[in-house]
Ligand binder design. Structure first.
Ligand code: DQA
Length: 152
């Protein structure tokens, strides 16, 4: 057994992502959130990474989780849903956590309505992946597993 400190990565899904699979499938596809989370867990297990996963329709619940995980996690994957476009409170929580963070969007927000082109979160995250569907989460996980420091 390895003595290496394990990595914990926080995965946050924002509002309405609990309805993936039924929600506007032409935009978001047919994959459910449970299926995305199962793919993430399988990938994380293979890398010896622990995941803390939360979906919430409430801004405050996402912020509480970021605050609670800041001391134990080494990175954050977040799809803030519509909060992306206006939640300064979520942005402030991510900035305060001082962790590498990847913003993920299933759809290519830049091909959609103009109000989706602006992310208030983007300036405080490490990077953004948009338009790759569920693969975006897996790519974010691989990046953080490789680049985030363990033992945080
Ligand atoms: C989304 C894009 C947002 O504009 C939208 O409000 C969502 C999902 C995406 O994953 O493509 O809820 O974050």
């Amino acid at each position: 057994m390895s003595d290496a400190p394990h990595k914990t990565i926080l995965v946050l899904h924002g509002p309405n992502l609990n309805t993936l699979g039924q929600r506007e499938p032409a935009i978001y596809g047919h994959t459910t959130l449970d299926q995305i989370n199962a793919q993430l867990r399988a990938e994380a297990d293979g890398m010896g990474v622990e995941l803390v996963i939360l979906q919430s329709n409430y801004e405050g619940a996402l912020i509480d989780q970021i605050q609670q995980s800041a001391a134990v996690a080494c990175g954050i994957i977040i799809n803030p849903g519509a909060f992306t476009h206006y939640s300064v409170a979520l942005r402030d929580a991510l900035a305060a956590a001082q962790l590498p963070a990847i913003e993920v969007h299933l759809s290519n927000v830049y091909k959609r309505e103009p109000f989706r082109h602006h992310s208030v979160v983007a300036p405080v995250v490490t990077g953004q992946i948009a338009g790759l569907g569920p693969d975006g989460y897996l790519l974010a996980l691989r990046y953080l597993a490789r680049h985030a420091a363990a033992g945080n």
